[in-house]
Design a protein around this ligand. Structure first.
Ligand code: G3H
Ligand code: 13P
Ligand code: ZN
Length: 330
């Protein structure tokens, strides 16, 4: 029997309307036009993926799955090409039999070899994160990746400013937040498809000492001057009910604080279309798993204790899809 190329199979399936593995750009440009946001959920393994997928199907929402460089290395057991391929195969396998659009994105690509591995494996989009470099260098690196990625039909995200959060001393943080005028030049020069402007968030579970403080004015300016889909990193809400549950069963998350849902809604109103979410899923998972293990000391079937974590991840996912406005948009 003659073997057909994978590209031909994908093309035939997409013509038949059943293959829903899409370019991230398509999902985000629609979101930008219609003023809603799509959460991009980080995964490291199968359980989180299943939870997110189930949630998105139930909410009839477009889906963006993303993996960090660390996730790729982990999934490939040290081999980054195998790791990238693992995630593409996993996501495509399920995209084949659902009717919501699904994209797979490389989050925080800092090393050329990971970005190339993701493009070669078939990711829908990649992030080139040269945000710690001086502006000119960031622009140069981003331009280079845009050229390679676009030639392969892969869209590109870049970042401007740094995710340091805004502490009490606002002026000290000013220099790490995005400069809207620079953002305009950056987007025009690089041809990047979506941009992550630093407006005061930070990664992880401990984002703010006091109240959450985001620079909405700056965000609005960036949207006005660039006109492209914008991305919010460090966007987890660190929901108190899941933190409390995790702590009830032994976790130590004292001082955890995220971006409240109301603040995220404002971000969407002012131009954010992709809301990166990792920490919220991690906390929900650990809360579910800790509770299960404590209550079921005789259990050792991984499907049961991982399943308990999965259940809470799905809850968090469904809530996010709803309040960010993308439920029903698939
Ligand atoms: O932005 C970073 C993501 O939360 C992934 O973090 O490098 O621990 O996978 P990671
Ligand atoms: P959180 O740590 O707030 O979930 O942010 C995740 C993120 O920005 C991934 O790129
Ligand atoms: Zn991030």
């Amino acid at each position: 029997m003659k073997l057909r190329s994978l590209e031909i199979i994908i093309l035939e399936k997409s013509k038949g309307g059943i293959f829903m593995y899409v370019n991230t750009k398509d999902i985000l440009e629609k979101a930008s036009k219609e003023y809603y946001a799509v959460p991009a959920f980080n995964i490291n393994n199968m359980e989180f993926f299943h939870a997110i997928l189930e949630g998105a199907i139930e909410k009839r929402a477009p889906l963006i799955i993303e993996t960090s460089e660390g996730a790729i290395k982990y999934a490939g057991n040290g081999d980054i090409h195998k790791g990238a391929k693992y995630f593409v195969e996993l996501v495509r396998l399920f995209a084949d039999s659902v009717d919501i659009p699904i994209a797979l994105h490389l989050d925080h690509g800092k090393h050329f070899e990971y970005i190339i591995a993701a493009i070669k494996a078939g990711y829908s989009s990649v992030m080139i994160d040269a945000s710690e470099e001086p502006f000119e260098e960031n622009m140069k690196k981003t331009k280079e990746i845009v050229k390679i990625a676009h030639a392969a039909g892969v869209s590109v995200e870049a970042e401007l400013g740094q995710l340091a959060g805004i502490e009490d001393n606002v002026s000290a943080a000013e220099n790490v937040l995005v400069d809207p005028e620079q953002a305009k030049i950056f987007v025009e020069e690089t041809g990047v498809d979506f941009l992550a402007p630093a407006i005061g968030t930070s990664h992880g579970a401990f984002k703010f000492k006091g109240e959450a403080k985001l620079d909405f004015e700056r965000l609005q300016k960036v949207k006005k001057l660039t006109g492209i889909p914008l991305v919010l990193h460090g966007a987890s809400s660190v929901l108190p009910e899941y933190v409390k549950l995790a702590e009830e069963y032994g976790a130590d998350l004292g001082g955890a604080k995220g971006v409240p849902e109301e603040e995220l809604k404002k971000c969407v109103q002012f131009g954010i279309n992709k809301v990166n979410t990792d920490t919220d899923l991690r906390i929900a998972f650990i809360a579910g798993m800790r509770k299960f293990l404590k209550e079921n000391p005789k259990e050792f079937d991984p499907r049961h204790y991982l399943g308990a974590g999965k259940k809470l991840v799905k809850e968090v996912v469904m809530n996010r899809l709803e309040f960010l406005g993308c439920a029903g948009k698939a």
